[in-house]
Design a protein around this ligand. Structure first.
Ligand code: SF4
Ligand code: SF4
Length: 289
């Protein structure tokens, strides 16, 4: 089973939920793997403290033009949807940072002047944190092609029974790449107007992907029922409400897993897992079009 932990915006506590869930489930004997696909800012390692066994460079194929063979026809520039290759006055210029590695330019080149070479975009790392298998992607600073790296992290073979995917925040390509193909998505939100606004966008994204889903309300306050009202109106289940507790923030700031620093929080995550199992096998609820 693959569960993606996502959020419409950063700072909702997505990594806290993902790492705590991995920890409590691994303690039950389940073979769990935590995958940090928030490759622009992977921080699950700060809490799980894994020992990294392997670090593999990840590349994307980009075109290299043989100027001797090029006849200046411009077909490569014409087919490129990302303006990553241009032909000016019969001279070809490439912009590797914009290239999505689709291979289209090499295919249309009538002179066989284009070959693909690998461009490094980051590393995919694997390791182990006590009972948890660990994988993460680290994107090079300034690099924009995070989906390629996310795909490679997700494709790392595993013997785990459960993959917990820590997805990038937001609703753009990186988030979709991390979530696509998951069996269930947990959307972590905070009960603020900003949080709920971005939750609405994230819900739309997951609904488009047609993946069963539920919400985790982080920093829940008994007197603030805005998230419950929102989820009831959108016909989406709340799988857990994690209380607003300064001690959780203190543990987080010290690089400690809240479920280890504050064992009274373990039942929240065990209940969350029970709810996910219930919802994953049932109907996620009909949302308005
Ligand atoms: S590989 Fe695709 S994206 Fe890259 S330059 Fe060629 S056509 Fe453009
Ligand atoms: S398609 Fe090939 S031959 Fe034509 S401009 Fe591009 S590199 Fe040159």
């Amino acid at each position: 089973m693959k569960i993606a932990i996502a959020s419409g915006k950063g700072g909702t506590g997505k990594t806290t939920v993902a790492t705590c869930l991995a920890q409590v489930l691994a303690e039950t004997g389940l073979r769990v793997r935590y995958l940090d696909c928030d490759v622009e800012e992977p921080n699950g390692h700060l809490f799980l403290h894994p020992e990294i066994y392997e670090s593999k460079p990840v590349t994307v194929p980009v075109p290299e033009v043989d100027r001797e063979k090029c006849v200046g026809c411009g077909l490569c520039a014409k087919i490129c949807q990302y303006a990553a290759i241009a032909c000016v006055k019969k001279k070809v210029v490439t912009f590797p940072e914009l290239c999505h590695g689709c291979g289209g330019c090499a295919r249309v080149c009538p002179a066989g002047a284009i070959r693909e070479v690998g461009r490094g975009i980051g590393v995919a790392e694997t390791g182990r944190s006590c009972k948890i298998d660990f994988a993460q992607g680290c994107l090079r600073v300034g690099e924009a092609m995070s989906p390629s790296l996310i795909r490679q992290v997700r494709d790392i073979p595993t013997g785990a029974e459960l993959d917990i995917i820590d997805a990038p925040p937001g609703t753009s390509c990186p988030a979709i790449t991390a979530i696509r193909g998951a069996d269930f998505v947990l959307l972590v939100t905070e009960p603020t107007p900003f949080g709920l606004n971005d939750l609405a966008l994230a819900l739309d994204m997951v609904r488009e992907l047609d993946i069963p889903r539920a919400v985790v309300v982080n920093r829940h306050e008994d007197e603030n029922l805005s998230a419950r009202k929102f989820c009831s109106e959108r016909h989406v289940q709340i799988a857990a409400e994690i209380p607003d507790d300064r001690r959780v923030a203190e543990a987080y700031s010290q690089g400690l897993l809240p479920v280890i620093a504050l064992p009274e929080y373990r039942p929240y995550f065990l209940d969350l897992w029970a709810n996910v199992n219930k919802l994953a096998t049932g109907t996620p609820g009909k949302e308005p079009a």
